[in-house]
Write a protein that binds this ligand. Structure first.
Ligand code: GLN
Length: 539
């Protein structure tokens, strides 16, 4: 008898319908009823993890405490649930095959032909159930990436079919997320794509138990009845998911659609508590009715795709709600920054955030934006590469080391103020070899950071190879660029702050991975506050 109950979430009709948000919203509702819930995501691509993917391909790479480079949906899970995820929460086809092939090489299947069924499906099933062994969750939600009907999703769908059989009645259910499009010429919502998608799922032996239907218009009872009849689900299991102004409204919408009640009934689970979303509702209220407004420039080279900086954008939303402030984020392409843009645009902003990144494209633009922030005392927040660029800007324009650079950009720079650690020098593999995951950092007393964190020891997540070169830290500190956070074991500099400015901070880590609705990250909260103060002072 299984300890945990399983919910599988599949998608149909179209990609980008928001399976991650629906899964996270349902998990939130169940958690608010006192159940312990976790979510995992299976991605059907061959990369072992998304760490080697360009953000244009797949959006941001999210990093967990244990150093896993994962799909950005894990960010939603953590932000909604306020619980940590790990490598076990994200598995790709590449990782599944890698495990099976390694076993084959060791001779573990000696004499046998290794096949998709049963070897790949067994490995998928083992990984789905891994979380059940790790901790006693009441419910494990498994999101299957891709769209039903994709060739590459088939082994996952087959694994779900087998697992449902193995788990037995009332121990699992399938939620199918589809799109109910509106044809404006006919002024009608159309159910046929959903019917086809449910049928495709049935061809693989799976009946959807619940339909969650994305829609731009209210779904009438007539349409719900029609969907129920033709898709073989109960009428109350057709759940409308109408477009929301913010993703944080979705748990509230799912509560009023009674998704949690239907799920509990179908899983034969009792919960006397009703979902308490009071805190959550307060957060959404503040978000939707801000008292103030600021404009922050997000300087990066992947700005064309919103998902590239997902966690940063969400952290600003959390910090905005906390400060009762609408944060308008202006995307600034670092490759296009010139003096004209600095004078007419960037210098008028209430804050500048320079984003993480890799490689030399667009870095001179980032340096220009940082110079502007430093000289005009505009609140500046540099994250990872953004911090490294702030160090280079300071070295060039304050210390007069004109050719200062990172060895990532210029191997032969005479002033390698950002350089590679010894243990990184001989690494040739690109996947999973950066400084990754949670690292300790000690905060210096009487610094801006000390006030912000109100804690001497912090843990933050990293994803980078290069580091501030400690040969220069004496010079930096002497001239007002304070190294205010240090890794106690390695002595590596994790945080810098400019003493002369009101809010000028660079961090080598990624605070955005740890901001959640319930615990907005102190650095983002303080940055938004700093921008708000600057805005008031400016006007
Ligand atoms: N490219 C830089 C490094 O690897 C910064 C990485 C980042 O911004 N995440 O050190």
């Amino acid at each position: 008898m299984s300890k945990s109950k399983f919910i599988f979430v599949t998608g149909g009709v179209s990609s980008s319908l928001g399976k991650g948000i629906i899964s996270a919203s349902l998990a939130k509702l169940l958690q608010a009823r006192g159940l312990s819930v976790t979510i995992q995501k299976f991605d059907p691509y061959i990369n072992v993890d998304p760490g080697t993917l360009n953000p244009y391909e797949h959006g941001e790479c999210y990093v967990t405490d244990d150093g896993a480079e994962t799909d950005l949906d894990l960010g939603h899970y953590e932000r909604f649930l306020n619980v940590k995820t790990s490598q076990s929460n994200n598995v790709t086809t590449g990782r599944v095959y890698q495990t099976v092939i390694e076993k084959e090489r060791k001779g573990e299947f000696l004499g046998k032909t290794v096949q998709v069924i049963p070897h790949i499906t067994n490995e998928i099933k083992r990984r789905i159930r891994l979380l059940e062994e790790k901790s006693s969750y009441d419910i494990i939600i498994t999101e299957i990436g891709g769209t039903v009907g994709d060739i590459e999703s088939l082994p996952y769908i087959e694994s779900v079919r087998q697992l449902r059989w193995e788990l037995g009645k009332n121990n699992s259910l399938v939620i199918h997320l589809t799109l109910v499009p509106y044809l404006s010429a006919a002024k009608e919502l159309k159910t046929k794509p959903t019917q086809h998608s449910v049928k495709t799922l049935m061809e693989s032996g799976i009946n959807a138990d619940i339909l969650v239907c994305r829609t731009e218009h209210e779904i009438s009872d007539d349409i719900k009845n029609k969907l129920a009849l033709f898709c073989n689900v109960e009428v109350d299991s057709v759940i409308q998911s109408i477009d929301a102004s913010t993703i944080y409204e979705v748990p509230l919408m799912m509560k009023s659609e009674k998704l949690d009640l239907v799920v509990l009934r179908k899983l034969n689970l009792k919960s006397s508590k009703i979902a308490d979303l009071e805190k959550w509702s307060n957060f959404v209220e503040k978000l939707k009715h801000p008292k103030h407004k600021i404009k922050i420039g997000l300087v990066g080279k992947y700005v064309e795709l919103q998902d590239s900086y997902k966690s940063i954008l969400e952290s600003l939303v959390h910090a905005g709600s906390e400060n009762e402030t609408e944060v308008e984020v202006i995307s600034i392409h670092s490759e296009h920054i010139d003096d004209n843009q600095i004078n007419n645009h960037i210098s008028k902003l209430d804050g500048i955030l320079v984003a993480p990144g890799f490689g030399s494209r667009g870095i001179e633009g980032k340096i220009k934006a940082i110079k502007c922030a430093r000289e005009k005392n505009i609140p500046f927040f540099g994250i990872c590469l953004g911090m490294q660029m702030a160090v280079i800007e300071f070295s060039r324009n304050v210390l007069g080391l004109e050719e200062a650079n990172s060895t990532e950009m210029d191997e032969n720079t005479p002033h390698p103020v950002i350089s590679l650690m010894e243990n990184q020098k001989n690494i040739t593999d690109k996947g999973g070899t950066m400084r990754l995951g949670s690292w300790e950092c000690q905060i210096e007393s009487n610094t801006k950071l000390d006030k912000i964190y109100q804690s001497k020891i912090i843990f933050e997540r990293h994803r980078h190879r290069w580091e501030l070169n400690n040969n220069y830290s004496g010079e930096f500190n002497k001239n007002g660029l304070k190294t205010s956070g240090i890794n106690p074991k390695t002595g590596l500099v994790e945080i810098i702050e400019l003493v002369s400015n009101d809010w000028f901070i660079g961090v080598q880590f990624h605070p955005e991975y740890k901001s959640t609705v319930e615990s907005p990250h102190p650095l983002f909260v303080s940055f938004v506050k700093g921008c708000l103060d600057y805005n008031k002072f400016k006007n």
